[in-house]
Design a protein around this ligand. Structure first.
Ligand SMILES: *Cc1c(COP(=O)(O)O)cnc(C)c1O
Length: 494
């Protein structure tokens, strides 16, 4: 018989994922921090964007690493292959889609959050209090009352999904959680043709089918025709459909158009339909005294979706959903399996678990960057930044209107400018191709990054300014580059 082994002293060596030499990691960590702050400090000196070259693509397509590489070397490859080819959204002349650029405070907050690495699904710990605090601030900003609820989510898409799920739960007329809903229930959601694609995705994911998203025409300025909405609601009801939600746009993604939220709120009250506002970026007009009239009525919504990684400049990912009726919100998602049992004391304490208000159970500590950013900068700073972005957009609009070769294709409602280069006598197809080529060259030459869209069937350049690093001089650079590229390319295309 062999002697029993002493399990404390024999067997394989135990290991963990912390460094063997903390001093060495500390040194490298400090270096990384310095490098990243240098990188941010000098961002304006680099091209907005450059395509990753072939050798970089090749090096970023390597076999699964099974054995270790020293962190110094991995970081070296990051600096060589990853860092020089960014999306561009941290640059002062990036205005494509709607993308914030992040901030140095956000960078540091992400590190602190990752260090604590709490799970924000629930429990009794300080990070829960931080998210609760951020939600309370959001409710105050958006004028949501006591009893309303909120959740930080990955972004506007998830915020819309959560809100629509609550709206359906509240308005389906059957217990959708238990029974699902049958196709002949004909639940329907209303929004303008300018609504964001995430709403269609949400409706599809919820099993309602894309046809249940009823699209209402917009007027010339891009905002929903409220009378058409009313007619559609009535006609649909007469046909046996059951409206569960009307969505108002607070800043349409394409042109920044604002729906008449007050009128939609009145309609929804009369019709007893849930009123949701998609205010991914535009909802933030609420903090600018000169713009807040544009979102008048939003405070009457049953739910609002908005981002903090767009017009609040925080690093991806962070969005938020607010729901006026907090218990309807919780009723939509709460599930209480034995392994998530609550306690009155200990770590599993805490009244309300965030996992009961949304899709995710495990959740990251995105609240910290919001809390730190709001405290560090203060809301007044954000007010000024948003005001500045709006004024810069108007300035760009003026530059475009003053340039004979440029056409402003939609009024500058907020912070989005849609325009194109014109050639007298050129047909529509040639102008579309020309503007597309101007856009590509602006990006490929690293000059500036608008994106491309269609407005009234025309291919146009679109500048969505949620960029805290932009200055008016950057708009000057854009306009002169578009004009000279336009001239150059028009001559070649002749
Ligand atoms: C960006 C945007 C969304 C989606 O938000 P994400 O943060 O990208 O998920 C929804 N609606 C509007 C109006 C948007 O601009």
């Amino acid at each position: 018989m062999t002697e029993p082994k002493d399990l404390r002293t024999t067997g394989s060596r135990e290991e963990n994922l912390d460094p063997e030499d903390w001093r060495q990691l500390r040194k490298l960590g400090h270096q990384m921090l310095d490098d990243m702050l240098d990188y941010l400090e000098t961002v304006a000196e680099r091209p907005v964007w450059q395509a990753p070259p072939a050798e970089v693509r090749q090096r970023l397509n390597e076999p699964l690493p099974v054995s270790p590489t020293p962190l110094e070397d991995v970081y070296g490859q990051f600096k060589r292959d990853v860092l020089p080819y960014p999306m561009g959204n941290i640059h002062p002349r990036f205005w494509a889609w709607v993308m914030g650029g992040g901030t140095p405070v956000g960078v540091l907050a992400e590190m602190l959050a990752a260090t604590m690495n709490p799970n924000m699904g629930g429990g009794q710990h300080s990070a829960q209090l931080v998210e609760t605090q951020v939600i309370a601030w959001m409710r105050e900003i958006f004028g949501f009352p006591e009893g309303s609820s909120g959740l930080l989510v990955s972004g506007g898409s998830m915020a819309n999904l959560v809100a629509l799920a609550v709206a359906r739960h509240a308005g389906a007329g059957v217990d959708v959680r238990k029974l699902g809903h049958s196709a002949d229930a004909k639940l329907s959601v209303y929004a303008s043709t300018a609504v964001h694609s995430s709403v269609q995705k949400a409706v599809e994911l919820m099993g309602m089918g894309a046809d249940s998203l009823r699209l209402v025409p917009v007027s010339a300025n891009g905002s929903i025709e409220v009378s058409a909405l009313r007619r559609m609601l009535h006609a649909d009801r007469a046909e046996g459909r059951r409206p569960v939600c009307v969505i108002g746009n607070a800043g349409s993604v394409n042109t920044g158009a604002m729906d008449d939220l007050e009128a939609i709120a009145d309609l929804c009250r009369n019709e007893q339909v849930w009123f949701h506002v998609d205010g991914a970026f535009g909802a933030w007009a609420v903090i600018d005294p000169q713009s807040r009239h544009l979102v008048q009525g939003m405070e009457r919504a049953d739910s609002v979706a908005f981002d903090l990684h767009k017009w609040m400049y925080m690093p991806f990912e962070i969005g938020c959903v607010l729901v006026r009726n907090g218990s309807a919100h919780k009723d939509t998602f709460t599930v209480m399996p034995a392994y998530l049992q609550r306690a009155t004391r200990g770590i599993a304490g805490g009244e309300d678990w965030f996992s009961e208000y949304g899709v995710q159970l495990s959740r990251g500590f995105r609240a910290l960057k919001a809390w730190m950013s709001l405290k560090t900068y203060g809301l007044d700073k954000y007010r000024r930044m948003i005001r500045q972005n709006i004024e810069q957009a108007r300035y760009l609009g003026q530059l475009v209107e003053q340039a004979p070769s440029l056409e402003l294709v939609a009024p500058v409602a907020l912070n989005i400018v849609a325009f194109r280069y014109l050639v007298p006598g050129a047909d529509a197809a040639r102008l579309d191709a020309l503007n597309q080529e101007i856009l590509l060259q602006l990006q490929e030459r690293g000059i500036a990054a608008p994106s491309l869209t269609q407005v009234n069937g025309k291919t146009v350049l679109r500048v969505a300014n949620v960029n805290h690093r932009t200055r008016r001089a950057d708009m000057d650079i854009l306009v002169s580059a578009v004009q000279s590229l336009g001239m150059e390319l028009a001559a070649q295309m002749r």
